[in-house]
Design a protein around this ligand. Structure first.
Ligand code: NAD
Ligand code: UDP
Length: 314
């Protein structure tokens, strides 16, 4: 077996910590880089016993040098409340982080995968979203520090590929949930589960008719690893998400039912530029990666509810 050396930026976050764990389980050596802005050591502390795991506190807006075979670039806050907290820092993380990691990949000839997002489609006017759609993003809105940062990162990736032959892979991740989301992360699945388990009001922003398509984290990991293993000419971008679409109201009702909660649903103001609908077209991932999600919402929610239950009552 060949033990690859893999760098995961943002490796102490929700997705990153699962990715580090899976890469180690698959027999690789993993270096996890994080500045702990939205991630936490707690997410990877169980991996520290593994001699092939290394944890480094580092901010990707600063250059970093290491010899690795593959880089997964995940460093970036993903929840709207966190990425809007310091908008300038968010765009710096996406853009300068991409430049630093692409420069590193160029120098050491590593393959680099970018965790891009369905947010590059903005509030989409094409439904479901296919990779050839250019998107509908407000460049000066509340979400632009994240959306435009991720769009600029994609631009950097394709141009490092064209100009410098860097081996790149771009995936556009759609709403992903699962254990190890931060309890105060602010995203909808963790918010609703935390609220339901504590019999607090479930906060629906707007009328709850906006839609999202929720993917369980294990399906995402499989897609990421398959993407990294594709032939050099296949760079993406490729959508990785679960096409089953739900309204936010449906999600709230499901979580209340599954937790047996006494919570009431309340309506709060809809944040500006909140996308009205979102659903991935995954034909390209099916064709190129032979990938499709396997875990449906109820099954994934059961595992996630279990995790948060234990977190609240250890
Ligand atoms: P997360 O907030 O849990 O993880 C992000 C990690 O990046 C955290 O550990 C954070 O501390 C770290 N980080 C932030 N800024 C950094 C910096 N400047 N230097 C070093 N580390 C930094 O979010 P997540 O859900 O795990 O998302 C991981 C990646 O996947 C992000 O790039 C996100 O944009 C992308 N993504 C996630 C989703 C999703 O639904 N989870 C959807 C689309 C895209
Ligand atoms: N949302 C909600 N209540 C919450 C958190 C989020 O109604 O407590 C809504 C939010 O307005 C959006 C959807 O749920 O329409 C998904 O929000 P999230 O922040 O999880 O992700 P994103 O908007 O980036 O897809």
């Amino acid at each position: 077996m060949i033990r690859k050396k893999v760098l995961v930026t943002g490796g102490a976050g929700f997705v990153g910590s699962h990715l580090c764990e899976k890469l180690l389980n698959d027999g690789n050596e993993v270096v996890c880089l994080d500045n702990y802005f939205t991630g936490q050591k707690q997410n990877v502390v169980h991996l520290l016993r593994n001699p092939y795991f290394e944890l480094i506190r580092h901010d990707v807006t600063m250059p970093f040098f290491i010899e690795v075979d593959e880089i997964y670039n995940l460093a970036c806050p993903a929840s709207p409340i966190h990425y809007q907290y310091n908008a300038i820092k968010t765009i710096k993380t996406s853009v300068m982080g991409a430049i630093n990691m692409l420069g590193l990949a160029k120098r050491i000839k590593a393959i680099i995968l970018q965790a891009s997002t369905s947010e590059v489609y903005g509030d989409p006017q094409v439904h479901p979203q296919v990779e050839s759609y250019w998107g509908h993003v407000n460049p000066i809105g509340e979400r632009s520090c994240y959306d435009e940062g991720k769009r600029a990162a994609e631009t950097l990736f394709v141009n490092y590929h064209k100009q410098n032959n860097v081996k790149i892979k771009i995936i556009r991740i759609f709403n992903t949930y699962g254990p190890r989301m931060h309890p105060h992360d602010g995203r909808v699945v963790s918010n609703f589960i935390m609220q339901a388990l504590q019999n607090q009001d479930i906060t629906i922003y707007g009328n709850g008719q906006q839609t999202r398509s929720f993917q369980y984290v294990d399906d995402l990991l499989e897609g990421m690893i398959r993407m990294m293993a594709t032939r050099d000419e296949f760079t993406g971008p490729v959508n990785i998400g679960n096409p089953n679409e739900f309204t936010i109201l449906e999600l709230a009702e499901k979580v209340i039912r599954m937790t047996g909660s006494k919570s009431k649903i309340i309506s709060m103001p809809l944040p500006p530029d909140d996308p009205a609908q979102r659903q991935p077209d995954i034909s390209l991932a099916r064709k190129e990666l032979d990938w499709s999600p396997k875990i449906e919402l109820e099954e994934g929610l059961t595992k996630t509810i279990d995790y948060f239950r234990k977190l609240i009552n250890p």
